[in-house]
Design a protein around this ligand. Structure first.
Ligand SMILES: C=C(O[C@@H]1C=C(C(=O)O)C=C[C@H]1O)C(=O)O
Length: 85
């Protein structure tokens, strides 16, 4: 296996985990959406979104990725809100 193939194999393994975790997250988002509908709560919770971004940035070892993690979670939360509607 070439070096390139080896790295891509690693990425494939990581992507597999990401998709599994993404699916798990979305299943809980769906439950939150149902709860909010039942209790007449708005889909958007800006304070919670700030907390999600802050918390996840704090898990980083390399601060170079801060902006990317912020963008990544903003996109995930955008998809979550679409699912909740
Ligand atoms: C899932 C929720 O709904 C929305 C989506 C969020 C998310 O994907 O983490 C966070 C806040 C809300 O704007 C929630 O309120 O927890």
């Amino acid at each position: 296996m070439s070096e390139l193939e080896e790295y891509r194999e690693k990425i494939n393994e990581i992507d597999y985990k990401i998709v599994h975790l993404f699916e798990k997250r979305m299943n809980f988002v769906r439950k939150i959406g149902d709860y909010k509908k039942k209790h007449n709560l708005p889909v958007l919770d800006p304070e919670r979104e700030k907390e999600v971004i802050k918390k996840n940035i704090s898990y980083l070892k390399n601060e170079e990725y801060e902006c990317m993690v912020e963008e990544f979670f903003k996109k995930i939360m955008e998809l979550s809100k679409r699912l909740e509607k």
